[in-house]
Design a binder for this molecule. Sequence first.
Ligand code: UD1
Length: 368
Amino acid sequence: MKIIHVVGARPNFVKIAPIMAEVAQQPDTFEQILVHTGQHYDANMSKVFFEDLGLPQPDIYLGVGSGSHAEQTAKVMLAFEPVLLREQPALVLVVGDVNSTLACTLVAKKLGVPVAHVEAGLRSFDQRMPEEINRVLTDQMASLLFTTERSANDNLVREGISEDKIHFVGNVMIDTLLRHKKRAMALKVLGNYGLRPKDHALLTMHRPSNVDEPSILAGLLQGVGEVQRHIPIVFPAHPRTVKKMWQYGFEEKLEPMSNLTITEPLPYLEFLNLMANARVVLTDSGGIQEETTILGVPCLTLRQNTERPVTVTQGTNTVVGVDPQKIIDECSLILRNGGKKGKIPELWDGRAARRIVDILNSFAEEGR
Ligand code: UD1
């Protein structure tokens, strides 16, 4: 069975790695091709992840780059269609919820090629998020839907998706974390920032709803300014966020924050080390909410909602929103009492990719 895997943006690389490694174990059953759309193209957003994760080089690079939603989605579609026509795969496998995920799913569906969606069914119920639109539409078109938590199965059934297409398999992002944690922890990272274990906060933010809106971004930076008076903060900044901070002239707000270290986007292993050693993580990322849950590190999510509710009900996550005072108060609480300990969600055991490939095997059998 010939499979085309699609990746485009940073979190996709982390998710595809264990699946490709598992598929590679069965060369008599599967042939796999990796397509990189080029949605993320800077070395520190793409190439370093391939190196850290031992991913094979993409077989096909579409080089679409940045653009408006319509532009980026359309460019991926135009570039992906001839690849499908030429390669004639039996299945296209997509991960996550980025524009590349939806674009390639739509192309495959129209050409009659079945799609497998890894990380299906997550819902924030907020259609102002581009990712929510990508998720809902991708799931409607997919033939195999692999979920990370039980709430995702419920969401899919509610949306009319037949239960026999849905498979609760666990979390491939956690497969990757568990596989690489030892290597990450062996790196000497903290010293580079003058830090000791469990004595810093780690911050990421890149959601358009947080960083594109000057008043929201200003409020978040106000919160950060207060928090860094109590604990050093490391802030690997996404290119979108950097652009906006300069565009809005927020350098002035950052200048007095002597306990805040802004860095380039970091490689996977270095970031994992900083996350595992953090006292608290502040983020608007989806994946980081899950990774902190596994690491037992308290996480404050700088958004009004989460599409990953198991990280709140069972994990270490608290959804705080974007009000600066709320962020400061929740953070102080964690610095005082240590925060949520949480427990490991069901099936987040490092074997999600194996379960996915078992199901792909049955799918291949049925196709014969
Ligand atoms: C995308 C995903 C988001 C995911 C995030 C992870 C969509 C709609 N959004 O958001 O779900 O959480 O990736 O990082 O697919 N840029 C660079 N270099 C790069 C890539 C981007 O400078 O290598 C800059 C460009 O100015 C670009 C902007 O970042 O316009 C945004 O990139 P884009 O891929 O459109 O969305 P992200 O914000 O990265």
